[in-house]
Every structure is written in C-alpha cells, then in structure tokens.
Design a protein around this ligand. Structure first.
Ligand SMILES: NC(=O)c1ccc[n+]([C@@H]2O[C@H](COP(=O)([O-])OP(=O)(O)OC[C@H]3O[C@@H](n4cnc5c(N)ncnc54)[C@H](OP(=O)(O)O)[C@@H]3O)[C@@H](O)[C@H]2O)c1
Length: 285
C-alpha cells in the first residue's frame, strides 16, 4: 500500500476510522473526507498516537451537500494527480424524515446521491491509476429495500424503509458502475460489513440511540472487525468487478432484486437527472 492514495468518506469514526488506521499503517496516503472537520481531526490525532508515521489528511466533505462534494472533489483533483481507491463508507440513519441541502431524502441523499456524485467527479483520477477501485459500503439491509420512483423523496417515510432503499441503491449503483467500467482498469465493488458496534443511527447532538447500541454491543462486531472487508478490498489484487463482499473478503451472490440491470440503469439515469436539475454537471462515465 506504500504511497497509494485513498479517500475514505466518513472516516471520523466507526468502520471508516478503523479502515483509515489500518491502511495508513500499511503506508497508504489516506484522506479522511469528513462532514465535521473537528471530528475528522480528532480521528487523525487518535490514529497518530498509535501510528506516528501515518500519512493522513482531513478534508471537509459533507455528502448532504452537492456544493460541498463538488468543492472537495475539485480541491482533491487540483492537489492530487491520481487516486488508487475511493471508499464510499459514510452512512446515516435518520429516525424521522430529513432532507439534504439539495432536497433529497437524507438517507438516499447521503448514502447514495452524495457518493454517486463524488464518484463521477473523481473517476478521471482513478482512471489514470493501475488497478484502481471504488469500494461502496452497502449492507445486508439491501435485501429489504425497494426503489419506488413514484415516491423518490420518501414522503411515506419509514426508518427501515429509507435505510434499506439507500443500501439497495448502493448495490445497484455498484453493478451499473461496474458495467460502465468493464473496459477500464478500474473495479467497482460493494460491501456488507456485518452488524458492527459503531455510532450508526446515534444522534450526534442528543446521543439518542446510544443506549440501544450499548445493550447490543456484546452481540456485534467491533469496528475493527467490521472494517476487515473494506481493508481486504482496498489491499487485494483479486477483485471481481461488480462483486458484493462480506466477512473479511468472501464474495456473496446478490439477491435477484440487486441484479436487476434495468433498475440499476434507471436509478443511474434518475440520479444523474436529479443532480443536473439542481444545476450541477456530471462527467460521462
Ligand atoms: N454498523 C453496522 O452494523 C453496519 C452494518 C451494515 C452496513 N453499515 C454501513 O457501514 C458504513 C459505515 O457505518 P458505521 O457503522 O461506521 O457508522 P458511524 O459510526 O455512524 O460512522 C458513519 C460515518 O459517516 C459520517 N457521515 C455521516 N453523515 C455524513 C455526511 N453527510 N457527509 C459525510 N460524512 C458523513 C459520520 O461522520 P460524523 O463523524 O460527522 O458523524 C461518520 O464518520 C455505512 O455506510 C453503513 O451504512 C454499517
């Protein structure tokens, strides 16, 4: 991994931070793309205590804002000529219906749309690198997800409904991206990290949701264990383009709904159109 440039979204905590620590320990140059720079800097300082030689940068990137994603990608492209791995790791669960700055329902807006836009912006840098990869964190929850274009902004809100659909979107995005990258040297894969003790779903301001995490902790993987599949996929040369991985690097067959190529294309076209409608440009992939 020596000198490999890697971006990890949401590496200020949880699975992303553990992934950043291990990859930086192996010599990668890791950029922590964080919505909250203070939390990103705290994560960096904590990692440096154990890995003093770690090469870590913290940059602001709020996936709930297309303006912020655009600014982050632009700055990264200006500073760095190439990118080896983009790890689309950040994720949110909201307990009530919330919207992003650009009026997307928040779980779809952050987990899918923000990463969709970021990926298209950074692809030119990945295209220039041998064996580059885009690793997107999904979840086994995708199996319960549905994409309903009649209610794209989830007016009929449900927590599980919203989260599962965003995680199905992550897998559909990956299989359509993999198809588009078939003739390139870039691979796209998705991940189920397994049920892991992190801060997912915990309200950062009020702490709401922490108690249930504390109760469940003994039954869950540690964040380091949950990071193993991302770490493997960032490190191996044996990637299968479009593959869905779990348990530290095993491949799992996707359920039929996630292999619906017509739906994956439709979601891609919808995502692109919604971003363009908001005045942002998308590079052809
Ligand atoms: N934990 C599990 O059991 C589990 C299971 C299956 C899949 N996953 C997936 O694994 C990934 C990592 O989750 P985790 O469990 O590590 O959760 P976590 O501890 O809550 O960490 C999530 C990270 O995403 C960041 N984030 C949230 N909203 C963001 C935004 N608008 N822009 C940029 N970053 C944002 C958070 O930043 P702040 O530090 O600012 O809050 C944090 O760094 C997610 O995609 C999740 O869906 C987790």
């Amino acid at each position: 991994m020596q000198g490999k440039k890697i971006i990890i979204t949401g590496a200020s905590g949880g699975i992303g931070k553990e992934t950043a620590e291990v990859l930086a320990a192996r010599g990668a140059q890791v950029t922590i793309a964080s919505r909250n720079v203070r939390r990103g800097e705290d994560a960096k300082a904590d990692i440096l205590k154990r890995i003093p030689h770690a090469h870590l940068d913290v940059e602001h990137c709020d996936l709930a804002s297309l303006t912020s994603v655009h600014a982050f990608a632009q700055t990264y492209r200006e500073k760095h000529g190439h990118l080896y791995a983009l790890i689309n790791n950040a994720g949110v669960v909201t307990v009530k219906r919330e919207s992003t700055e650009d009026s997307f329902e928040k779980m779809l807006g952050v987990n899918h749309i923000g990463h969709f836009y970021l990926t298209t912006k950074l692809l030119p840098l990945l295209n220039g690198e041998d064996n580059a990869r885009i690793i997107t964190l999904s979840s086994g929850a995708y199996k319960w997800g549905a994409i309903d274009f009649a209610d794209p902004h989830l007016e009929a809100f449900g927590i599980w409904k919203g989260y599962a659909r965003s995680k199905l979107a992550n897998v559909l995005f990956t299989i359509e991206l993999a198809r588009r990258l078939k003739t390139s040297f870039v691979n796209a894969v998705s991940v189920h990290p397994g049920a892991t003790s992190t801060e997912i779903g915990v309200n950062r301001d009020t702490g709401f949701g922490q108690t249930i995490h504390d109760v469940l902790r003994p039954f869950l993987k540690t964040a380091r264990e949950g990071a193993q599949t991302s770490i493997y996929l960032a490190s191996t040369r044996e990637l299968v383009n479009g593959g869905y991985y779990y348990e530290g690097g095993k491949r799992q067959a996707l359920k039929k709904k996630a292999l619906d190529h017509a739906l994956a294309k439709e979601l891609w076209a919808w995502s692109e159109m919604e971003i363009l409608r908001r005045g942002f440009t998308i590079e052809a992939v």
